[in-house]
Write a protein that binds this ligand. Sequence first.
Ligand code: SAM
Length: 312
Amino acid sequence: MQAFASLNESKANFDDIYDRADPRDYFSVLGSLDYMIPDVAAPLVRQILAARKRRYDLAPTVLDVGCSYGINAAVHRFPLSFRRLRRRYANADMAALGSDELARLDRSYYASWPETGLARFIGLDVSAPAVRYAVAVGLLDEGIVANLESTPPAPRDAERLRRADVILSTGCVGYVTERTFRSVLGAMERPPWIISFVLRMFPYDAISDELARHGLVTERLAGATFVQRRFRDVEEFTSCLATLEKLGIDTSGLESDGRFQAQLFLSRPKEDVLAAPLRQIVTVVSGRNRTVGTRYVRVGRGDRAKVLRAPS
Ligand SMILES: C[S@@+](CC[C@H](N)C(=O)[O-])C[C@H]1O[C@@H](n2cnc3c(N)ncnc32)[C@H](O)[C@@H]1O
């Protein structure tokens, strides 16, 4: 879509870190800009996946669009966060390793965590090295390397897309448009739930219109925005503010304070929306990411619940 191409000009270009053999530069560069959307999205995604499980009684297969190195899979399958992984990869000893050696260690690292059991993950990304890594370390069950903006899915990829139940994206709409969603939905067996965290500078209308053609109703979570990251420099800041103002979006207290803001859209079959509208299935908790000391947490439910001390 031409409109997204020109909007993207107001955002810094990170293509070079999306395409490395391992995620160290991704975590270092985006981490230094306080990239946090996988973490701030996580409680909402979990509540939505739990609502879907209540409705369908099935742990879903999630297709992560723009999955990169499998970060959303790490955050949702294990008790991990972008922040924690950033610290792992920033460790000086990690810098000395080759990518294959790092992948071997990461495979054991992820396997050593208990699974949340929330979902199984498959991923789509245009970056072959990132997808290869995410599959090699066991975060994604299957990976699809494709640019569905320009090319329809290959038969083998269409077969992988067919079985997905939920589509998730963080930090990717803008790179992908309604074209990618059209291709993905065209390949799917049943109508999915689609969870999209989208920067406010990218209008979602063309995507929600496309989803409506596939029978899905889109709700936006009103009254909440989600920080994606800080602006990289003054050029990115002023150019993004100008773009938002041109779109008639008031940035005061939000982007004007120096951080990109995303919104949450959820698209579902109409009967699912009627059964439980978005505002009923999610609660936004402010300040959750600010505590630094030990917290007490309860994990599990009923007789199997345990009280534990969680480090920050
Ligand atoms: C900012 S990163 C977000 C990665 C991850 N979802 C996260 O939040 O950490 C954007 C990702 O979109 C991917 N991407 C760019 N164009 C794409 C396309 N046409 N189809 C699929 N993925 C694309 C990039 O390779 C990159 O991995």
